[in-house]
Design a protein around this ligand. Structure first.
Ligand code: MSP
Length: 524
C-alpha cells in the first residue's frame, strides 16, 4: 500500500503564524490532500519548535515561564491551521514528554555509535537563527547576521559535539545516488558545494540556559535546539507504534533559510543513529520567501500579514480557498514572491470568478432536461474537450508529484479555459433552436468536465470543490485508501443530471469592498 509522509518545519513560537509561515503549511496540506485523492495512506505532520534561547528570552520579556509562554503560543498555531483549511494528522510540540523521550533516545543512539563527544566551543551565534556562524558568513563590518540584520553574539562554553566531519564522504555519496534528494536542482547544488567545502564538527549542546531537552546522562547541558527540533520528524512517529509505517518522510518542505539543517545535519544525524541510506528522507523541497512590499515577511521586520484576517476579509465563504489558491498560483514555487492584494483581486475576478465560477453559472440555464429528448452522440467538439480535461489532469498530477504547485494550477486552468471555449463553440443557446438534441449532450459534457475539475481543484480549494459538487448534485469528495480518484479518464456520463442551482461561488466584489481590501492589505 502506497504511503505518503509529508512534513512542515516546526515553527518557532516567538511569533504568531503569518502569511509566510502559513505558506509552508498550506503547501504541505495541499500535497497531503492530493495524495489522499490518489489513494495513498497519508500522514501530514506539523508542530511547534519551543526550545532555545530565543524562546526563553521572549518568555522572560513577557515575565512568564517558558512553558506557560510555549503553551499559549503553540495553541495559537494549532488553532490557526484549521482556519486556513489545513488538516494535519499530528501536531508535535517539542516540549511534550513524548518528544523529549524520542529526542533523548536519538541522542543515545548517536552517542553509542561514538559520534558525540565533549569539548569546548567558542564562536559567533545568532539567536534569531539559533545558529553558529563563521566570520565569513556574516556581513562585515560588525559581524551582522544576513537574515536578521543583527550582530551575532560571541559564545564560549563547554559543549558536546557531533562528529559531522565524519559524514562528508557518506553525505556526498548519498547526494550522488539521490540526485533529487534536494529540490529544486539549484538548491541541491548549493548543498553539495557546502559539503564539498568541508564539514566541521557541530556543537550540539548548550549550558548557558536551560530551556531545552536535557542531555541524557549530563543534565548540566540541554540539547542544541536544532538537534532537538530535527528529531521531531522521527519522534512524532514513535507513538502509536504502528505509525512507523510512514517512515521515511517522502516530502519535507522547508524554506530556503533552513535548507542546510535539513539537507546536511539531519541526514548526518540519522546516518549516525544507524539509518541506512534507503531509510533517509526522500525529498527535501526548498521554497523561497514570501515578501511583502519587497521584503521578507517576518516579525522582526514588522511587516506580517495575518492569513486568517486576510481570508476573512476576502470572503467568509471562499476567502480561505482564495488565499490558498493565490499563494500557490502566484508565488512561483522555489522562488521568492511578493504578496499583493491586487494580485488576489485580479485572480479572484479572472481565474476564480470568470473562469471557474462562470462555467458553472453558464451551464445552469441549459440544464433543465427536456423530457423525451434523446441526446445526440458526442461529436468532435466533445472529444476535444474530454482530451483537454484528461490532459489537464495528467499534467497537474505530474506537477503535484514534483511539488510544483504553480505548474499544477496552470495546467488545471488551461483545462478550465478550454471547457469555457468548448461552451462558446458548442453554443447551446443556438443549438436550442437549430438542433435541440445537442443541448443535453452539451450540458452533459460540461457537467462531466466540471466534475473532473472539482477533483483537480480539491487539494487547493476543498470548500470550493464541495460547493461545485453540491451544484452538480454530487457529494463532497472523501478519500479512500487504495482508491485513486484523480480524473485520468473522464467521469462517466450520468443518466439523470440533478443540478442544483446555487448562488454564484465567487460573487463580484463591490467597489467599496475592493477599496477596503486595498486599504487594509497594502504595505506602508
Ligand atoms: N523552528 C525552525 C524550524 C525547525 S524544523 C526542524 C524555524 N522556524 S521558523 O518559524 O522560523 O520558520 C519556519 C518555516 O517558515 C521556515 O521554513 C521558514 O522558511 C518559513 N517562513 C518564515 N517566514 C517566511 C516567509 N516570509 N516566507 C516563506 N516562508 C517563511 O526555522
Amino acid at each position: 500500500m502506497a504511503t505518503f509522509y509529508v512534513t512542515t518545519p516546526i515553527y518557532y513560537i516567538n511569533d504568531a503564524p503569518h502569511l509566510g509561515s502559513a505558506y509552508t503549511t498550506i503547501v504541505a496540506d495541499v500535497l497531503a490532500r492530493y495524495r489522499r485523492l490518489r489513494g495513498a495512506d497519508t500522514f501530514f505532520l506539523t508542530g511547534t519548535d519551543e526550545h532555545g534561547l530565543k524562546i526563553q528570552r521572549a518568555a522572560t520579556e513577557r515575565g512568564i515561564e517558558p512553558q506557560a509562554f510555549a503553551d499559549e503560543v503553540s495553541e495559537l498555531f494549532r488553532q490557526t491551521w484549521p482556519k486556513l483549511g489545513c488538516a494535519p494528522d499530528d501536531f508535535l510540540r517539542t516540549s511534550s514528554a513524548r518528544h523529549k523521550r524520542g529526542a533523548q533516545a536519538m541522542w543515545r543512539r548517536i552517542e553509542q555509535a561514538g559520534d558525540i563527544y565533549l569539548g569546548h566551543y567558542t564562536g559567533l551565534y545568532c539567536v534569531g537563527c539559533e545558529s553558529y556562524y563563521t566570520d565569513k558568513e556574516l556581513e562585515q563590518p560588525g559581524g551582522i547576521c544576513p537574515t536578521h540584520k543583527k550582530p551575532a553574539e560571541l559564545v564560549k562554553e563547554e559543549s558536546y559535539f557531533f562528529r559531522l566531519s565524519q559524514y562528508q564522504e557518506r553525505l556526498t555519496r548519498f547526494y550522488e545516488n539521490n540526485l533529487r534528494f534536494v529540490e529544486p536542482e539549484s538548491r541541491m547544488n548549493e548543498v553539495k558545494s557546502f559539503v564539498a567545502g568541508g564539514l566541521e564538527d557541530l556543537s550540539v549542546s548548550r549550558t548557558t540556559f536551560n530551556w531545552g531537552v536535557p542531555v541524557p546522562g549530563d543534565e548540566r547541558h540541554v540539547m542544541y535546539v536544532w538537534f532537538d527540533a530535527l528529531s521531531n520528524y522521527f519522534t512524532a512517529l514513535d507513538e502509536p507504534a504502528d505509525n512507523g509505517k510512514y517512515w521515511p518522510p517522502d516530502v519535507q518542505l522547508v524554506g530556503k533559510d533552513i535548507l542546510r539543517f535539513h539537507a546536511v545535519y539531519w541526514p548526518a544525524f540519522l546516518m549516525a543513529a544507524g539509518f541506512a541510506d534507503d531509510e533517509l528522507p526522500r525529498h527535501v523541497v526548498a521554497h523561497g520567501w514570501l515578501t511583502y512590499g519587497g521584503q521578507k515577511m517576518s516579525k522582526t521586520l514588522r511587516n506580517t500579514v495575518s492569513p486568517v484576517a486576510l481570508a476573512e476579509a476576502v470572503s467568509p465563504a471562499v476567502g480561505v480557498d482564495t488565499v490558498r489558491y493565490c499563494l500557490l498560483r502566484s508565488i512561483s514555487f522555489g522562488h521568492d514572491g511578493d504578496f499583493s492584494i491586487d494580485d488576489v483581486l485580479a485572480r479572484y475576478g479572472a481565474d476564480l470568478g470568470n473562469t471557474l465560477g462562470n462555467l458553472l453559472n453558464r451551464v445552469h440555464p441549459f440544464a433543465v432536461s427536456e423530457p423525451g429528448l434523446t441526446p445526440a452522440p458526442d461529436g468532435p467538439l466533445e472529444t476535444a474537450l474530454f482530451e483537454a480535461i484528461v490532459t489537464a489532469a495528467r499534467e497537474a498530477a505530474e506537477a503535484w508529484d514534483h511539488v510544483s504547485p504553480t505548474r499544477a494550477l496552470e495546467a488545471t486552468w488551461v483545462g478550465l479555459a478550454q471547457a469555457n471555449q468548448y461552451f462558446d463553440k458548442a453554443a447551446p443557446w443556438a443549438a436550442k433552436k437549430s438542433e435541440p438534441a445537442r443541448v443535453p449532450t452539451i450540458v452533459s459534457a460540461v457537467v462531466r468536465a466540471l466534475e473532473a475539475m472539482s477533483v483537480l481543484v480539491c487539494p487547493v480549494m476543498p470548500s470550493v470543490s464541495a460547493a461545485m459538487r453540491a451544484q452538480l448534485g454530487l457529494a463532497p469528495l472523501g478519500s479512500a485508501i487504495g482508491h485513486d480518484q484523480w480524473p485520468l479518464s473522464l467521469p462517466a456520463a450520468r443518466a439523470e443530471l440533478a443540478l442544483v442551482r446555487g448562488e454564484p461561488i465567487f460573487p463580484r466584489f463591490s467597489p467599496e469592498k475592493v477599496a477596503e481590501l486595498r486599504a487594509a492589505f497594502t504595505p506602508h
